[in-house]
Design a protein around this ligand. Structure first.
Ligand code: KIV
Ligand code: NA
Length: 270
């Protein structure tokens, strides 16, 4: 199986409709990527790794170095999905040139196919600049976590008419600039529908209803490995409970000298 390409992802929305929704999950490590790869169309090395992996309070402190290291690991662990790396806060906003330098460096260091950056119309010139120079860009509108200090929190967006109009016009601006797909996060369903209809590229929803052209979740949230999750997360498993049970057994067996047993012990005559 050859790796999917950005144009093939883009082409999944033909004549305004996506027959089979795109499947995307976050991945931060090689082993995680191996486990997810065959089931997904896209793997996102999200800057959510700031909270999930590094225990940071938001995505604001995430660095290019973190994204490069985890991005390289995910590319090494996958062979099928398109790998998209998030551009961290402060690495792309000041100019298209700054964005190109840092995005090029991320692609060189990781082997990923594309970057994702947050923001709407204000970022459209940057999206166009990168795309015209060989770097496909995934957009991200609605609830944009890097703007938490402006938004004032992580609540759903698009409840006022002004906010709703801005989300749709942001998506249109990114689409016209050549974004190959757009993440729509934390918006009310009618706005997700309006944005999805208004753009030619696929939309990928997270907390944005079933009407987007694809879906993404943070893998740890979906597996039940992260403690605080938004309402839009469906917990498909409770892996934290499995880990807790399993580690409790290990600790008990070490303390009672039940582990290691014969099978795990080398003898001179083996
Ligand atoms: O960083 C991330 O995980 C994301 C997705 C939730 C879309 O941007
Ligand atoms: Na992100």
């Amino acid at each position: 199986m050859r790796r999917l390409t950005v144009p093939r992802i883009r082409a999944r929305k033909a004549d305004g409709v996506t027959a089979e929704p795109l499947v995307m999950l976050t991945a931060y490590t090689a082993r995680q990527a191996q486990l997810l790869d065959a089931h997904c169309d896209l793997l996102l090395v999200g800057d959510s790794l700031g909270q999930v992996i590094y225990g940071l309070p938001s995505t604001i402190p995430v660095t290019l170095e973190m994204m490069a290291n985890h991005g390289a690991a995910v590319v090494r662990g996958s062979y099928h999905s398109v790998v998209v790396v998030d551009m961290p806060f402060g690495s792309y906003e000041s100019s298209p040139n700054q964005a190109f330098e840092n995005a090029a460096s991320l692609l060189k260091q990781t082997g990923a196919a594309a970057v994702k950056l947050e923001g709407g119309a204000a970022m459209a010139p940057t999206v166009e600049f990168l795309n015209q120079r060989g770097i496909p860009v995934m957009g991200h509108v609605g609830l944009t976590p890097q703007a938490v200090n402006v938004l004032g929190g992580y609540g759903a967006r698009g409840r006022s008419d002004a906010e709703a109009d801005k989300i749709v016009s942001d998506a249109i601006a990114l689409d016209r600039a050549g974004a190959f797909a757009i993440v729509i996060e934390g918006v009310v369903e009618p706005i997700a529908i309006a944005a999805t209809k208004a753009v030619s590229c696929p939309t990928i929803g997270i907390g944005a209803s079933a009407k987007c052209d694809g879906q993404v979740l943070v893998t740890e949230d979906m597996l039940g490995m992260f403690e605080r999750v938004p309402r839009f997360v469906k917990r498909y498993e409770d892996i934290a409970a499995v880990i807790d049970r399993t580690v409790a057994r290990y600790a008990e067996e070490v303390r009672t000298r039940a582990f290691p047993g014969e099978d795990q012990t080398y003898q001179p005559k083996d």
